[in-house]
Design a protein around this ligand. Structure first.
Ligand code: PMP
Length: 453
């Protein structure tokens, strides 16, 4: 049982990320104590299907002994080795090589970080360095997409375009620009894929011209916008944007922190649009959340420019825990699991998830169901024709989240009434069916909410 003292200690001392501090004090913490497969157990002994894989990261699912053993083995042999000063560890070298072999195109060079935010941050630093090395230091402007999320460092949060990450923090910087999200469900040009692609191309061209074609350093996007509400651009969108960046000589960064490692089906989502980015950022599924790690993939042509630019000098960017051997050992084992059947299972389970969620389309609260693979969203509305979002103030996301929790389901309930799904790839048919059935129950209860009607 969860003792009251633990709740009090949490209230007094643990500052929770992305939360209302006072709201959390009132609500109190929900403590998770153990997990296996796709099921987590809380301190009350309640079993919940984790429809969100932690924070879209436990792609392999919980309780893999082989991952625990890989970490323990590495900790016993060599718990730490710096990658500074020309040193390294076998696990980090092997993981870099395995990843480079599987990455699209010439993304042959891997720079390990601690997670996604510092992976994004690292790309910004490398990109500035690249343009200095190309004698174009004036290329210091960055463009990203509304409703995008690129981490919680000051620089990454500025590339992010979600109001909570800006308000009160004094960002974005004036060198960080945005174009509208392709958001098919709410795009002013409608839902026709080509019209959406054309609108984004026009917007990006206009933004580049406005900023100055010789000033733009890079463009950032997610293959599917995650934290913005699981927004799925039409097929061909990424490729069209990538090609436009190439025309202008602008570096293209695919942020695959969520979409990487089987979340949408393949190991990397950009392969679904046959895109080879100049940089690709990953984290989360890389170690399946068992230990922290991120990875920046750098194209060979970029690497060579940076290397030549630096010459005999050190490229001054690094973390104490860059290329951590324990994280790398976990990454190697997780990769084996993905290729040993988990990716395949994720594809099957993803099809069942999408079919199940689509069966809820006629529910009076469901405006749209969207997703790919094991990444999905249900957008709730009070009027399907007018696409009226749920009243944010009277029906806070927290209430939908709480109802789902009480029904034995963890989902992401975005503040704008979008429910997010990213279950572990190991889900059984029964897990997926439980997610659907518990979602339906949650929606029915929400419909009874006097604030909704
Ligand atoms: N980029 C994207 C697309 C993300 O979704 C996230 C995390 N949700 C990040 C970057 C930041 O990763 P982290 O939380 O590991 O720092």
């Amino acid at each position: 049982m969860l003792s009251n003292s633990l709740i009090e200690l949490d209230r007094a001392h643990l500052v929770h990320p992305v939360s209302s501090f006072h709201g959390h004090e009132q609500q109190g913490v929900r403590v998770l104590t153990s997990a296996k497969g796709a099921t987590v157990t809380d301190a009350q002994g309640r079993q919940l299907v984790d429809g969100f894989a932690g924070l879209w990261c436990v792609n392999a699912g919980y309780g893999h002994d082989s991952i625990v053993e890989a970490a323990a083995r590495q900790m016993r042999e060599l718990p730490y080795a710096t990658a500074y000063f020309g040193m390294g560890s076998e696990s980090a070298i092997r993981l870099a090589a395995e990843l480079a072999e599987r990455a699209p195109g010439d993304l042959d060079h891997v720079y390990f970080t601690l997670g996604g935010s510092d992976a994004v941050d690292s790309t910004v630093r490398f990109i500035r360095y690249y343009w200095f090395a190309k004698s174009q230091p004036q290329r210091d402007q960055f463009i990203s997409v509304e409703q995008g999320y690129h981490g919680s460092s000051t620089v990454g949060a500025g590339l992010t375009a979600l109001p909570n990450f800006h308000a009160g923090f004094g960002i974005p910087f004036d060198w960080q620009h945005k174009i509208p999200s392709p958001y098919p469900y709410r795009n002013p040009v409608g839902q026709d894929p080509q019209a959406i692609i054309n609108a984004s191309l026009t917007a990006l061209k206009a933004k580049i011209e406005e900023v100055g074609a010789d000033r733009v350093a890079a463009f950032y996007m997610e293959p599917i916008q995650g934290s913005g509400g699981v927004i799925v651009p039409p097929k061909g969108w990424m490729k069209a944007i990538r090609n436009l960046c190439k025309e202008y000589g602008i570096l293209f960064v695919a942020d695959e922190v969520i979409t990487g490692f089987g979340r949408t089906g393949p190991l990397f989502a950009c392969t679904e649009d046959e895109v080879v980015p100049d940089f690709m950022t990953t984290a989360k599924g890389l170690t399946s959340g068992y230990v922290p790690m991120g990875a920046v993939f750098m194209a060979d042509h970029v690497y060579q420019v940076i290397a030549d630019g630096a010459g005999a000098s050190a490229v001054g960017h690094g973390y104490t825990y860059s290329a951590h051997p324990v994280s790398a050992a976990v990454g190697l084992e997780v990769l084996k699991l993905y290729e040993g059947g988990l990716l395949e299972n994720g594809i099957k389970a993803g099809a069942r998830l999408m079919a199940g969620l689509e069966s809820l389309k006629d529910h009076p609260l469901v405006g749209e169901v969207r997703g790919r693979g094991m990444l999905a969203a249900v957008e709730l509305v009070t009027d399907k024709i007018a696409k009226t979002p749920l009243p944010a103030e009277s029906v806070p996301a927290r209430r939908v989240f709480d109802r789902a929790w009480d029904n034995g389901l963890i989902i992401r309930a975005f503040a704008n009434g979008i429910l997010g799904y990213a279950p572990p790839l190991c889900c059984t048919e029964a897990d997926i069916d439980a997610i659907i059935e518990r979602t339906k129950k949650t929606l029915d209860q929400t419909l009874e909410d006097p604030d909704v009607r």
